[in-house]
Ligand binder design. Structure first.
Ligand code: FES
Length: 61
């Protein structure tokens, strides 16, 4: 899967995992994944990936 965060090379799946493990913000997810927030260009796509993962997790409950 192509990374959506080019600075840290994190994929949508990485952001989804971070959201399911409790990350509330994109910055929080990047830190949780061991990276550092840089340019911020991935914000929108990362947030979408996190929202989608949270929604899927809720639906699965
Ligand atoms: S692309 Fe994610 S911080 Fe730059």
């Amino acid at each position: 899967m192509a990374p959506i965060c080019r600075c840290n090379r994190f994929t949508a799946e990485d952001f989804g995992d971070a959201a399911r493990r409790g990350a509330r913000t994109v910055e929080g997810a990047i830190k949780r994944l061991g990276g550092s927030p840089e340019c911020g260009r991935c914000m929108m796509k990362a947030r979408e990936a996190m929202d989608a993962a949270r929604q899927r997790a809720e639906e699965a409950e």
